[in-house]
Design a protein around this ligand. Structure first.
Ligand code: IPT
Length: 973
């Protein structure tokens, strides 16, 4: 007998979005639900219409089969589909998972309405119970519910079969930039309600305290029984029923026997409004009663009172033009793929809060429901995005009528699910799907159903940032050059808030110019922020021996971004995929194990709630840079870093300031009269335990320079010998490679994908050939002139080595030809003997910083083991730099070693790798650290930019041709 669900061939029928699926609603937390998570019988068929065999294995639900023990492994493609079939077709090889298990339906569910909920399945779900077809669903990131009343019997067993087809017409609109998986990725459960039940509850809570709760009631038996009523309470106080609404409905005859509607209301006096800074929540309980007063159904919500509106070119939350410090976040885990636990999501959001983020775009589909509860609780604004990305076939699909239903279905189901969350401030129609009538249809539905939130869609906004007719209330470009954003905001033609849906691409060593962006955003009305791309490096933990995902067994096999021996972070191509997009999937601000990358410290500082504005003779100007709260939640300590002394601390009293206010506070230290450079830092921490940070967690460390450095006097030469070899290379007891000129860095992902690395290679910067031209002794100094030649240009380099008290001064000069107009660096590189494993420096730190990513690294005395300086970006590249270094020592445990003093604050890196070590391998675990240190001192170092996807660094951060001079002293300790 042909199965009717299969006979439809629903995997190639975009018109079919569901069958037998219950409408989406907000009432899903019924007490007594039965979890069906855990082991299920499992078969992976080669195609949906292949016969189910007799041999079963076992698999775990929730979980993608691509991350468990099957031969269908994860595959990464960005834009292109992993197969050539055009929409709505899918390939003949179409892995299809058949999941089966028995369920004991509780005897006490007799007479009740029984519902099966499948949290998420990709990409087509077919449901059979006891061999009978029950329903089907598409949309891989939203739950599907099926009414099993009359299909299963209370007190008896039922066999549930869930068939999941991997490739379908729906895959063409789920073409997001991430790994392809297959399986059931969120929890499955069975629950029961009374036949008389809450079908949906919609909550509207405004910042003036007005609460409106619209309840819809159904009875499974059909017509509603007489006498039912609904009550509600907010934090224990009863809500009033809005009888006016009932009457109005009766008058126009809209109250039917099948669907009851009730509106409850109240006005909360002295309401505490919800915002990301003040995530105040109230507990709402809605109860549906039978005529005899007994409760037939209950729903609970946490309500946040807040308003969102677009007024002119401002997006206002509670009337305030808030800055949107956002990040794009996928549901991701290195062991389970797309299955994420509430604990993991809490850890994600806690980390975002600690690093100053206040917003998430759920790129590019509705995230796990727990995320919204957490964002409500912890305080994060959410741009909730529908599961639509048709990137590879965007143009065809946006106006292909066969897909119209799917677009409206996906957008509307997201809104129906998430509408009660205060965290959701904007609905997004999806990502990278061109712009067609389907988007207008979906936007129309949203605007009618939920007029309380704006709608955005990048594909529509692209038609014209100020175009009033497109399906986007926000100008939400991606990777727009800052100058274009500024020009728009200053043009007088701006009509909508400008908030980039993606910017500052975090691939590898990246996020250059973030500080420039924020300086412009904070200074320019009309610019309101954006969402960094993205939170995660999607590296999957992989066993190198058999190339398989480590899966859940891999827990504990990574630490601090680094994997255990025999394991690596896999990216595109590592599972043998024929088509893939390489390391482009590793472009997050955290490593796959959630270890923060250095950019996060930069971001934390740029988001600082407390700022030190300037230093005036009567004191310091301290500003509250928040939108809604004072500084009471913060504690602080002053720190004075003296270049020629140590670090002093003093307690700080934060003034009482309302949002936006400033106060002048007295200078907490007397500056020693004879010192040089002096820096004042305010270390700001949490004053009490918060849900996202224990007391004492650092929040920001704004800093001011109190006094500039006194220019160093040239040290007099002393009578001592400088030893150089026949090629003019310094011979020194602590150096295993003499200082030579370096113009090269191991290309970052930005350098590679932005194209500059290709130019560097064409100039031969990675293999310049040094030819000594002259070695000349002049008194005690030795002057060495050498040429560094590439195929297209020659750099002349002069090094003057002069003995000074206790060491050696090295004055260098390099003259770059005009054609070398944009090199990676100009500086010296040398290698040290083994055993010098501690770096102590005065300069910016302690974390990695580069010329265009150095706003979050305060100047001070820092110290780190050499092995901790390097950042293990998934694809090895230039890493570990420290900006603005004035001097440093590299020492062994007995404090012997070397000391370097630089003429000016310079870019320095101390690692175990030469640039060629880093370029030779594709994964971090393949690197073999050297015993000694590789030290770079740069007169100039190119900014990082974001050119792997978006603008390159600014001209001011480029290294110009012409003459560069730098000098440094080297002493033995
Ligand atoms: C943009 C995508 O929206 C996002 O999913 C991701 O691919 C990002 O770029 C790059 O990592 S689209 C790009 C073509 C600008």
């Amino acid at each position: 007998m042909t199965d009717p669900l299969l006979a439809l061939r629903p995997w190639e029928a975009p018109e079919v979005t569901s069958w037998g699926r219950l409408p989406m609603n907000t009432v899903d937390r019924r007490a007594g639900a039965l979890s069906l998570d855990g082991p299920w019988r499992f078969q992976l068929l080669p195609a949906p219409d292949a016969p189910v065999g007799a041999v079963w294995s076992s698999t775990r639900v929730p979980g993608a089969w691509t991350m468990q023990d099957t031969d269908d492994l994860p595959q990464y493609t960005n834009i292109r589909m992993p197969y050539t079939e055009f929409p709505p077709r899918s390939p003949a090889d179409n892995p299809t998972g058949v999941y089966e298990r028995e369920v004991e339906v509780p005897a006490e569910w007799s007479g009740r309405r029984i519902v099966l909920q499948v949290g998420a399945a990709e990409s087509v779900l077919l449901v059979h119970v006891d061999g009978r077809p029950v329903g089907l669903s598409k949309d891989s990131h939203l739950a599907a519910e099926f009414d099993l009343t009359g299909v299963v019997r209370a007190g008896q067993r039922a066999a549930v079969r869930l068939t999941v087809v991997k490739w379908s017409d729906a895959s063409h609109i789920e073409d997001q930039d991430q790994w392809w998986h297959g399986g059931i990725t969120r929890s499955v459960l069975l629950y029961a309600t009374d036949p008389l039940h809450l079908a949906d509850v919609a909550v509207r809570a405004r910042r003036d305290g007005e609460l409106r709760v619209d309840c819809r009631v159904r009875d499974a038996a059909g017509a509603l029984p007489g006498g039912w009523y609904v009550t509600g309470e907010l934090d224990g106080l009863p809500l009033a029923q809005d009888t006016a609404l009932d009457r109005a409905h009766e008058e126009d005859g809209r109250v039917s026997d099948f669907l009851g509607e009730v509106r409850l209301r109240t006005v909360v006096r002295a309401v505490r409004p919800w915002s990301a800074e003040t995530p105040e929540l109230y507990g709402l309980t809605v109860r549906l009663h039978r005529a005899d007063g007994t409760v037939s159904d209950t729903a609970r919500y946490r309500v946040g009172f807040r308003d969102v509106e677009v007024v002119g070119r401002d997006l206002l939350v509670n009337g305030e033009r808030v800055f949107v410090r956002g990040v794009n976040r996928h549901d991701f885990h290195p062991l389970t793929g797309r299955t994420v636990s509430p604990e993991d999501m809490r850890a994600d959001l806690v980390l975002l809060k600690r690093f100053g983020f206040n917003a998430i775009r759920t790129a590019h589909y509705p995230n796990d429901p727990a995320l919204y509860d957490l964002a409500d609780e912890l305080g994060l604004y959410v741009v909730d995005e529908a599961d639509i990305e048709s990137h590879d076939h965007a143009h065809e699909i946006a106006d292909d009528p066969r897909y119209l239903n799917a677009f409206v279905d996906r957008v509307s189901r997201m809104v129906l699910r998430d509408k009660n969350h205060p965290c959701v401030i904007v609905w997004s129609l999806g990502n990278e799907s061109d712009y067609g009538a389907h988007h207008d249809a979906a936007a129309g539905w949203v605007r009618r159903h939920d007029p309380t939130r704006p709608v955005q869609y990048e594909g529509a906004a692209k038609r014209g940032w100020a175009d009033p007719d497109v399906a986007s209330d926000i100008a939400c470009p991606m990777y727009a050059p800052l100058e274009d954003c500024l020009a728009h905001a200053l043009s007088g033609r701006q009509t909508k808030p400008l908030i980039q849906c993606e910017y500052s691409h975090a691939m590898g060593n990246s996020n250059g110019t973030l500080a420039d962006h924020w300086a412009a955003i904070e200074a320019t009305p009309g610019l309101q922020g954006g969402f960094i791309w993205e939170f995660w490096d999607h590296g999957i933990l992989q066993r190198v021996s058999d190339g398989r995902p480590a899966g859940r067994g891999g827990a504990g096999l990574y630490d601090n971004g680094v994997t255990a021996p025999g394991h690596r972070w896999a990216y595109g191509g590592d599972f043998g995929e024929p088509y893939h997009d390489g390391a482009f999937v590793a472009d997050g601000v955290v490593f796959p194990d959630r270890t923060p990358k250095p950019v996060l410290y930069e971001h934390r500082e740029l988001a600082a709630p407390v700022r030190l504005r300037c230093f005036r003779h009567e004191g310091l100007v301290l500003a509250n840079h928040q939108h809604f709260r004072g500084l009471e939640w913060l504690a602080a300590e002053w720190e004075l870093s003296l270049a020629d002394g140590g670090t002093l601390t003093a307690p700080a009293e934060l003034p009482s300031l309302r949002p936006g206010e400033t106060a002048v506070v007295p200078l907490p230290f007397e500056l020693p009269a004879d010192g040089g450079e002096a820096w004042l830092t305010l270390r700001v921490t949490t004053a009490e335990d918060l849900p996202w940070a224990p007391r004492g967690t650092e929040v920001c460390a704004p800093q001011l320079r109190l006094r500039a450095a006194v220019p160093a006097k040239e040290e007099p030469a002393v009578a001592a010998a400088v030893e150089v070899d026949g090629d003019g290379l310094l011979v020194h007891p602590l150096l295993t490679a003499a200082p030579t000129l370096s113009l090269w860095r191991a290309p970052t992902d930005n350098d590679e994908l932005g194209g500059i690395a290709t130019r560097w290679r064409s100039w031969g910067l990675d293999a310049l050939v040094r030819r000594p031209l002259s070695v000349h002794r002049d008194g005690v100094s030795v002057t060495v002139v050498a040429e560094y030649a590439g195929p297209t240009g020659v750099v002349r380099h002069r090094q003057v080595l002069t003995p000074v008290e206790g060491g050696l001064r090295i004055d260098e000069e390099a003259e770059l030809p005009e054609e070398f107009d944009d090199v990676a660096r100009v500086g010296s590189v040398f290698a040290t003997v083994a055993g010098l494993d501690l770096l102590e420096w005065f300069g910016q730190g302690p974390w990695e910083s580069y010329p265009d990513r150095s706003a979050g690294a305060p100047v001070g005395h820092h110290s780190l083991p050499v092995d901790a300086l390097f950042t293990p970006y998934l694809r090895p590249q230039e890493s570990g730099g420290r900006h603005g270094v004035r001097r440093f020592t590299l020492t062994a445990p007995d404090a012997t070693g070397l000391a370097v003093t630089l003429d000016e604050p310079r870019q320095v890196s101390v690692t175990r790798y030469r640039a060629e070590d880093l370029t030779a391998v594709a994964h971090h675990d393949e690197l073999v650290p050297r015993d000694g240190c590789v030290v770079h001192l740069d007169a100039a170092h190119r900014g990082l930019g974001t050119a792997s996807c978006g603008p390159d660094t600014f001209v001011s951060y480029l290294v110009a041709p012409g003459v560069h001079r730098w000098s440094w002293t080297l002493r033995v300790l």
